[in-house]
Design a protein around this ligand. Structure first.
Ligand code: ZN
Ligand code: ZN
Length: 186
């Protein structure tokens, strides 16, 4: 396997670590910052044109919604967000856009949450592991070759032919664990 030539320019954009977003509407998840969003969309645009596939307006809108949230969004959340932009978005169009984005590796599906999240490094095909925090809802995507290799070997030893591998770990992220510790028992 060739090493990834491009170092990830955005190491761990933790939504919890973002500075106070005074411009955000109260009660609205500020999500990722505008710069990161613009970058993600430009990267998607470039990848699609390299691959000769079309990032249509609809696909781009769906991608923007998923990436802007910076947290997992269910299909209904995405449809709701589309309604703010398009008068009557057809659910099938949104699902088809999601399928396209999944196929291109621009987003991932989280099976345990029935939700979607933007990929932080869509430039190469990869198997991911996800750490899902039940306290803040944050999701961290990992790309650990050892985990995938172990799974592959274990499956092969059982004579099992995997079609898809889903590795999702549910728990508490470091920031939430620290917070719980500093808050102490009520
Ligand atoms: Zn990914
Ligand atoms: Zn957390």
């Amino acid at each position: 396997m060739s090493p990834d030539p491009s170092p990830d320019p955005s190491p761990d954009p933790s939504p919890a670590a973002s500075p106070a977003a005074s411009t955000a509407d109260p009660g609205v998840d500020p999500g990722v910052d505008a710069g990161a969003l613009t970058e993600a969309l430009a990267r998607a645009e470039a990848l699609c044109s390299d691959r000769g596939v079309r990032l249509t307006d609809q696909r781009r809108q769906v991608l923007e919604i998923v990436c802007r949230a910076g947290r997992p969004l269910g299909a209904y959340d995405i449809l709701d967000a589309m309604r703010a932009q398009v008068k009557r978005p057809a659910p099938t169009l949104v699902y088809r856009a999601l399928d396209f984005l999944l196929e291109q590796g621009l987003i991932h599906r989280l099976e345990t949450l029935h939700a979607f999240i933007g990929c932080t490094h869509p430039d190469h095909p990869h198997a991911s592991e996800f750490l899902i925090c039940t306290d803040c809802g944050g999701v961290r995507e990992l790309e650990d070759d050892q985990v995938q290799c172990s799974l592959h070997q274990a499956a092969a030893q059982s004579g099992f032919s995997p079609k898809r591998r889903v590795v999702e770990v549910i728990g508490t992220c470091a920031a939430c664990a620290r917070k719980a510790q500093s808050d102490g028992p009520a």
